[in-house]
Ligand binder design. Structure first.
Ligand SMILES: Nc1ncnc2c1ncn2[C@@H]1O[C@H](COP(=O)(O)OP(=O)(O)OP(=O)(O)O)[C@@H](O)[C@H]1O
Ligand SMILES: [Mg+2]
Length: 209
């Protein structure tokens, strides 16, 4: 793994991203790496305000283009303010979701055309791209059960119909098929320990490369 590496954890709602990221942070920190955790939507003070707007369950009327551009706006800020400077300092940046989620949710699930998604994403990323996406793959109905059992209520995107969430899941699998060098798929139906162990195996091989 080169100095200044960006790893993204992504996948269905409730797949266990936040849980596994905590384990990965511990593992890498023990190995002596300087790790920066971040998330999307969010990651910066501006991004966190945008997150509140995006996920607010009291505004189901948000139109798809508004949603896409809000994600884009938050990402532009995230990349410029936080990610690029951290990578320049040699940190390992771990983001809880990033641009693959936009392709899955806004293109494959919402149906916004690919060209528009690419345009907004390119504006936000300005040439930047993360090094690896680790996708926690789980039946979204199982993910939803996990979210409900967490007991925090559902946000606007978690409250979407099952069909929408299945399309988003398949969107991650399609992206992984199209760009295997940028994606690793983990079976997130396994126990937390087994998921973390699979993820650490991937990270170990990235560290060796
Ligand atoms: N492999 C697992 N098996 C069973 N339960 C799990 C597993 N991983 C996480 N959980 C539990 O499922 C719930 C959701 O996990 P977590 O918050 O990590 O998912 P997430 O992908 O970050 O969700 P969100 O998409 O809402 O951010 C938590 O209560 C967590 O303890
Ligand atoms: Mg989470």
């Amino acid at each position: 793994m080169k100095q200044g590496f960006m790893l993204v954890f992504d996948g269905s709602n409730g797949a266990g991203k936040t849980t596994v990221i905590k384990g990965v942070e511990k593992y890498l920190t023990l190995k002596g790496f300087d790790v920066l955790l971040t998330r999307e939507p969010g990651g910066t003070p501006i991004g966190e305000k945008i997150r509140e707007v995006i996920l607010d369950p009291s505004t189901p009327e948000m139109c798809y283009m508004t949603e896409l551009m809000l994600f884009g706006a938050g990402r532009a800020q995230h990349v410029q303010e936080k990610i690029i400077p951290a990578l320049a300092q040699g940190k390992i940046v771990i983001s809880d979701r990033f641009d693959a989620a936009t392709f899955s949710f806004q293109h494959f699930a919402r149906g916004i055309d690919l060209e528009t998604i690419i345009k907004i994403n390119d504006l936000a990323l300005a040439g930047f791209t993360p090094d690896m996406n680790i996708i926690l793959d789980l039946d979204p109905n199982e993910g939803l059960k996990r979210v409900i059992s967490r007991g925090e209520g559902l946000d606007r995107l978690e409250d979407e119909k099952s069909d929408f969430l299945v399309k988003a899941r398949n969107g991650y699998l399609k992206q992984a098929e199209q760009s295997p060098e940028k994606f690793e798929i983990i079976d997130a139906a396994q126990s937390k320990e087994a998921v973390l162990s699979d993820v650490i195996n991937i990270i170990d091989s990235l560290l060796e490369s």
